[in-house]
Write a protein that binds this ligand. Sequence first.
Ligand SMILES: Nc1nc2c(ncn2[C@@H]2O[C@H](COP(=O)(O)OP(=O)(O)OP(=O)(O)O)[C@@H](O)[C@H]2O)c(=O)[nH]1
Ligand SMILES: [Mg+2]
Length: 255
Amino acid sequence: MHTLYFVGTAGSGKSTLTHAFASWLKNANISVGTVNLDPGVLHLPYGPDIDVRDFVSLQGIMEKYNLGPNGGLIAAIDLISTHLETLQEEITDLGVDFLLMDTPGQIELFAFRETGPLIVSSLGGESSMLIYLVDAALGKTPAGLVSSLLLSASVLVRFHLSQVNVLSRVDLLSEEELEKVNSWLDDPIQLLHDLQESRNELQIELSGELFNAIQNLFSGLDLVPLSAARLETLELLFSHVSNTLTGGEGFETFR
Ligand SMILES: Nc1nc2c(ncn2[C@@H]2O[C@H](COP(=O)(O)OP(=O)(O)OP(=O)(O)O)[C@@H](O)[C@H]2O)c(=O)[nH]1
Ligand SMILES: [Mg+2]
């Protein structure tokens, strides 16, 4: 079984992509299951095969411990770790080749507290990887791109998993805006030049240093352009995923 964790800032499109990619895999005759790991979500665009809300009730926790929504969510996510055995049994029973994990919107709760890495190490299966969503709405400005990639880099450091970075909701960008993002990824000088138009010198220098560090960490930078509404981008994601999982042998090995 191969497990993909969809991680990204709030509203970056994780749940929509989980749904769209699961449908794409099913259409390609690849067996797939979905897991909702967000105890706080009210509406999902898909019916998950496994749902942490069946084990952990945010509303119940808020009432029991007299917590507000933020404190309740922290407690709810931490409580998932007491149900890992049951979750693992449900996952095994699904018996699928691909498992898509839709992680909570509050990235810091999943990535920077103990529960996220614990879930990943306990439920991972034999091969796990992470899809990091850089929201196109943030990545379309130079400073937004640098700070989004910095967050992605800190997730990489935290989980020690293979990671594919995608530019999500890319249909929200015009062709010129997408070209601009690609030019920044290819050419840090261009990025620094464009930063100069809006930032003071210290910010430019800092962003330049950070960008270089991020580039080194990912051994070059690639953002897979992705839209849940565009089938060809889901196919592109699959080829990146399969190359990562098979070490470059390609996706025919899964069929
Ligand atoms: N245009 C466009 N909108 C999208 C796309 N993917 C998601 N959206 C919209 O973006 C909003 C957020 O999408 P979600 O899938 O809920 O994002 P999320 O990361 O799961 O959100 P949280 O779990 O709340 O952090 C919704 O209104 C979606 O309809 C996309 O590829 N293109
Ligand atoms: Mg979501």
